[in-house]
Design a protein around this ligand. Structure first.
Ligand code: BG6
Length: 478
């Protein structure tokens, strides 16, 4: 039987985001953010994908699962102890911008918020776990959304600069791995979460979307430079949503179509953040869609100077494309679109499962950029059943993760420089796209249900013990 191997020091762990675990949405002087106004349930996805959302809370109509989430805000010690028991080397988490700057535009950081993350980092270090921190994970302060129009507005760059400086100065001795914007390219499909604004009903989406990206690129470069100045031994990466695009068949027209989708969705943002310049292919697209990016003097130099040290990316699925899709079935749940791939099975939410696609992704990314890669999200959202004796036999999750871990090991043999793996939702949390609790990813079950009921008790699933062995054997015992 083949032995799968990983390099010494491989960063095994799990990943989360503040808004999906913390709760405590009004505690510690925290301000409201985008996730706080997103309702739970099926409505959420259609809100995220349609124009015109008003960013108001409407308790008569909706529930708001992120408000309490899984209460990590009060239970982080218990949760971190469980991560330590699994042997985590790293824990990916995000900082809620609104705990540090509740409205986004204050001049001084909120001490209570800073203290909260001090306590979390100290607790992680107690067990030798390094935090991997996403600076902005779908948590923009609501005030910046409502008063400024989110990342449409150049002024937000200044607020972000203040925020990152506060983080780097405060945590310079506690955090060595950072990432700027979570799944930055997801702004193309869900601008509300990624870019902090809703497309208006009569508006063409491209101009504001690409202008907002430009502001994020400038902000990202400012963050990279500040991080390198303030914490010289830290590494700071970008974070993209990567889903390799396959042509449905060998018709060259479809192959070209797939290539274009690959470039526009998977590579555009990474090209700017890793190579430090706008890619050649985007110029034609801008021209054909009458997109004119407003830039300030020095922006392009800044982007050139502020390139990232590594690429963090999420991998859940691949995407199969055909230019004319009218005769084919859609790939149901795949948020990024495409047609159904006849070779793949899908999760209960219709996300196509494709471990080989992870090997393809790693090879494609490394061929293109030659910088270290970090799989910072990957996992199976599934319904779990608690048996009468309290056990949870999530062998389907183990199978999913095992195949993806094998694919990573293969890619390392292929020559890819892979830093680590933090599987998504290492503890059950609120789903970003549907606001459900029942879409569970964790090694740790949390007793919290879609209707808001539940004791919040934590339970170890079968995958908990399996992942513990995987880490202890550095990936050999799969
Ligand atoms: C990524 C996000 O898109 O996928 C996470 O960075 C998210 O925030 C994860 O939770 C899984 O998606 P979902 O919709 O199943 O929660």
């Amino acid at each position: 039987m083949k032995q799968y191997r990983f390099p010494e020091g491989f960063l095994w762990g799990g990943a989360t985001a503040a808004n999906q675990i913390e709760g405590g949405f009004y505690e510690g002087n925290k301000g409201l953010n985008i996730a706080d106004v997103l309702p739970g349930g099926k409505e959420r996805l259609s809100i995220l994908q349609s124009p015109g959302f008003n960013f108001e809370i409407d308790r008569e109509k909706y529930s708001y699962p992120n408000h309490e989430a899984i209460d990590f805000y009060h239970r982080f010690k218990e949760d971190i102890a469980l991560f330590a028991e699994m042997g985590f080397k790293v824990f990916r988490m995000s900082i809620a911008w609104t705990r540090i700057f509740p409205n986004g535009n204050e001049l001084e950081a909120n001490e209570e918020g800073l203290v909260f993350y001090d306590r979390v980092f100290d607790e992680l270090h107690k067990y030798g776990i390094e935090p991997v921190v996403t600076i902005s994970h779908y948590e923009m302060p609501l005030n910046l959304v409502k008063q400024y129009g989110g990342w449409r507005n150049r002024e937000v760059v200044t607020f972000f600069e203040r925020y990152v400086n506060a983080l780097f100065n405060r945590y310079k001795n506690k955090v060595k791995y950072w990432m700027t914007f979570n799944e930055i390219n997801s702004g193309l499909i869900m601008p509300i979460m990624g870019l902090g604004f809703a497309i208006q009903k009569e508006e063409d989406k491209y101009q504001p979307t690409y202008q907002a990206f430009h502001h994020q690129f400038v902000a990202s470069s400012i963050a990279v430079k500040a991080c390198h100045d303030i914490i010289p031994d830290a590494k700071i990466g970008c974070m993209i949503l990567y889903a390799p695009v396959y042509s449905y068949d060998s018709n060259p027209k479809n192959v070209m179509y797939a290539l274009q989708e690959e470039r526009f969705f998977n590579y555009f943002c990474a090209d700017v953040q890793v190579r430090g310049e706008y890619p050649a292919f985007i110029k034609r697209f801008f021209k054909e869609h009458n997109i004119e990016i407003q830039m300030q003097d020095g922006d392009l130099d800044l982007i050139k100077e502020g390139t990232v040290d590594y690429i963090g990316f999420s991998y859940y699925m691949s995407r199969t494309e055909k230019k004319d899709k009218s005769d084919l079935e859609n790939s149901q749940g795949n948020l990024i679109g495409g047609v159904k791939n006849p070779f793949l099975k899908a999760s209960d939410w219709g996300w196509e499962i494709d471990p080989e696609g992870l090997r393809i992704s790693l090879n494609q990314l490394y061929d293109r950029y030659q910088v270290p890669l970090f799989v910072v999200e990957n996992g199976l959202g599934a319904y779990d059943k608690v048996e009468e004796d309290g056990s949870i036999a999530d062998d389907y999750r183990i199978n999913y993760l095992r195949e993806h871990i094998k694919a990573m090991s293969e890619s390392i043999e292929d020559g890819v420089d892979l830093m680590g793996y933090t599987s998504w939702g290492c503890i059950d949390l609120v789903s970003a796209s549907s606001g459900e609790f029942s879409k569970r990813y964790g090694f740790i079950y949390v007793d919290k249900q879609d209707d808001g009921s539940g004791t919040l008790e934590r339970k170890k699933k079968m995958s908990f013990f399996w992942y513990k062995d995987v880490i202890a054997s550095n990936g050999e015992k799969l």
